[in-house]
Design a protein around this ligand. Structure first.
Ligand code: NAP
Ligand code: GLV
Length: 309
């Protein structure tokens, strides 16, 4: 019997690191250009593969999205009719929570003001606030959102969490549904967006939503740029309604050279790297799912293409 293999595609991730990590799982990872017998390909590990990528592999049984957000896959029309899974990895969630905590702390501890004062060689004392007096609103309480919300709570912030369906999380005051969003935004000093890109979240945070935030509040987006009406955000930042923003993701990436965001003093831009897929820890879940497919059992972390995440 011929041995099956998994085809790999990512313009960002390290093929050799993934191949090494998947070996102990009994998975042979191949680059598409090295495959001579397409029938051997039974699974795919992909991040934003080019259109038409899957049509060369008629025996595919599983598609593994090389990341948490699956929007680049579910939004396309050339998907094979097989289970699609996302990476679900506590270390990926921890990395994201670390980034969110950094961004929240930067605002909570007035760091942008000290950066400015340092440029002016100015000793600018601001008495630190008790974290308990600062409310952080986390939009999206999924695998990464929940970990970030808990991390903020562990550091003493008051945390409000918002999701599609109601959650019960210790240390996080949870609400759900469209009607509760404005309430979360209006009570938060810092809002963290951790919502996936879906038809329901497209441009969800528009001018009216930014207006409903407290004057001087801060905004952090680490999920997808599409959730935000970018011109409305720029306007809210330029007018001073929002105190500042940390933006890791954008409507169009890379961010255009002529975007006004680059020059805004109250904006910190990072190039979509708040968290990444880590081969050494994520390989086990991939191995488990390949074994489940072989046993004809349901896979873990299967996404729902209709729902979009
Ligand atoms: P997830 O597990 O898919 O959870 C998504 C959360 O959003 C869930 O709580 C869900 O509610 C909520 N949600 C979805 N649609 C909603 C709606 N219309 N209204 C209210 N809540 C809604 O996602 P995750 O693992 O936490 O990751 C979040 C996102 O982070 C990913 O989708 C990806 O885009 C992004 N990401 C970014 C980076 C980066 O480096 N910047 C890295 C990894 C991931 P329910 O719980 O009720 O379903
Ligand atoms: C990265 O953005 C991911 O969704 O994993």
């Amino acid at each position: 019997m011929t041995r099956s293999c998994m085809v790999f595609y990512s313009a960002l991730d390290d093929f050799d690191a993934w191949r090494t990590a998947l070996e102990p799982e009994g998975i042979e990872l191949c680059r598409s250009e090295d495959i001579t017998d397409a029938d051997r390909v039974r699974s795919a590990l992909v991040w934003k593969p080019p259109q038409g990528f899957f049509q060369d592999f008629p025996k595919l049984e599983l598609v593994v999205n090389l990341g948490a957000g699956v929007d680049a896959l579910v939004g396309r029309d050339d998907l094979p009719d097989v289970p699609i899974t996302r990476l679900s990895d506590p270390r990926m969630a921890r990395m994201m929570a670390g980034f969110v905590l950094f961004a929240v702390t930067r605002y909570a501890r007035d760091i942008p003001q000290f950066e400015k004062a340092q440029r002016d060689r100015r000793w600018h004392y601001i008495h630190p606030k008790d974290p308990d007096s600062i409310t952080v609103g986390v939009l999206g309480l999924g695998e990464l959102g929940l970990e970030a919300a808990r991390e903020c709570s562990r550091h003493g912030y008051r945390v409000l969490g918002w999701s599609r369906t109601r959650k019960d999380v210790e240390g996080v005051s949870c609400s759900s549904g469209a009607d509760a969003l404005v309430s979360v935004l209006s009570r938060s000093d810092i809002v963290v967006c951790m919502l996936p890109k879906t038809p329901d979240t497209d441009n969800l945070l528009d001018a009216a939503m930014f207006r409903s935030m407290k004057q001087g509040a801060f905004f952090i987006n680490v999920s997808r740029g599409s959730v935000v009406d970018e011109p409305a955000l720029i306007e809210a930042l330029a007018s001073g309604w929002l105190g500042g923003a940390t933006l890791d993701v954008f409507a169009k990436e890379p961010l255009a050279e002529d975007s006004p965001l680059w020059a805004m003093e109250n904006v910190l831009i990072t190039p979509h790297l708040a968290s990444i897929a880590l081969p050494s820890s994520a390989a086990r879940q991939i191995g488990e799912n390949v074994r489940r497919i072989a046993r004809r059992e349901p896979v873990l972390s299967r996404i729902d293409p209709q729902r979009g995440y």
